[in-house]
Design a protein around this ligand. Sequence first.
Ligand SMILES: Nc1nc2c(ncn2[C@H]2C[C@H](O)[C@@H](COP(=O)(O)OP(=O)(O)OP(=O)(O)O)O2)c(=O)[nH]1
Length: 386
Amino acid sequence: MSDLAHLASDPACSRGREFLADEQLQRGPRTVFQRDRDRIIHSIAFRRLRHKTQVFVAPDGDHYRVRLTHSLEVAQIARTIARIFGLDEDLTEAQSLAHDIGHPPFGHAGEKALDEALFTCGGWDHNAQTLRTLMRLESPYIEHKGLNLTWETLEGLAKHNGPIADPDPALAALDKAYPLALEHWPSLEAQVAAISDDIAYDNHDIDDGLRAGFLDIEQLLGLDFVADRWRAIEKRFPDAPVELRQRELVRSQIGWMVNDVLEETRCRCEGVKDVAEVRAADRQLVGFSPEVAAQERALKHFMYENVYHHRDQLAAARTARQVIASLYEAYAEDPALMAKGWRDLPEPPAAAARHIADFLAGMTDRYAIDAYTWITGLVPEGLRNV
Ligand SMILES: Nc1nc2c(ncn2[C@H]2C[C@H](O)[C@@H](COP(=O)(O)OP(=O)(O)OP(=O)(O)O)O2)c(=O)[nH]1
């Protein structure tokens, strides 16, 4: 079964870490990729994911996904695929758990606000911020900045969406200090984490969309492949309550996507001899078949129309953007409003802008709401909406 084991990243052959001090320490039997995974789990940035928006802003409902639970679901799917292929499960888990660490409060709405605020400095991007957080901001060690993760973990996170021809300034600066071969594909472990991200949110967002009442099953049946699956479930469980059939639908859809990825990836990897060839390949090796890829695109399109851009979501996103934009302006005008340790703005202005964005990006949804209320005396309306 472990038919792609020859394409696994070998921790014993890791290219190492940016700062060498770590490698001189003997810390028991863990591999370098296990240590990466453990450093991520123990980080402050990881803990903050529990109060960061996935889709629903600052949800009061305990059952909605947030970035933390999403990351755990990604890791579960990714480990399953990695184990079947014989890849390094720890490396794939590290990437899955860390892939969203750069997200600011309020998800995409927060990202847009920061991107606008830093427009003249080359903009702002959550993937670049993941690297910045792990390599520079999160700093629990005495001898160096960052978590000092292995090259393999960092390159996979940098290229979560594939090779990068034109990195944004934040990523370009990190790549200059510690080159990550941005123009090449990352390891299969990273590619597995990336596709597991899609599989996880495509499906859990249906579950959350149904829970929020933004979707009903009749709408979903407009998608042929969902309708086929739903009819099979109705036939098998004619007397089951609709809520349980919906859960069955989401579960079976995850299985369908995972099986498709297993089959398609095996085909694409035929003849690929080693990890170097994975990186040098002219296309992504872990992927959906063309047929499922088209269906998955249709599902994403449907989700944008019905859930992500639902009018309640758009209203919350407008408020969230305004909260982040106001906080940015307030901190730029008076850095003393920022937390201790952040109040000295670096020079030149571009560095000061990035510094303020770092402070804002690290906030959780609720920290940002509280900071906004503290500074303006206003309570942003409609952010705690589900
Ligand atoms: N509320 C809301 N949610 C969105 C929007 N766009 C995407 N999402 C949700 C859907 C998924 O749960 C999640 C996917 O976004 P991510 O930033 O995690 O992935 P994306 O593929 O955009 O970028 P990434 O692969 O992480 O670089 O966010 C939006 O405009 N509004």
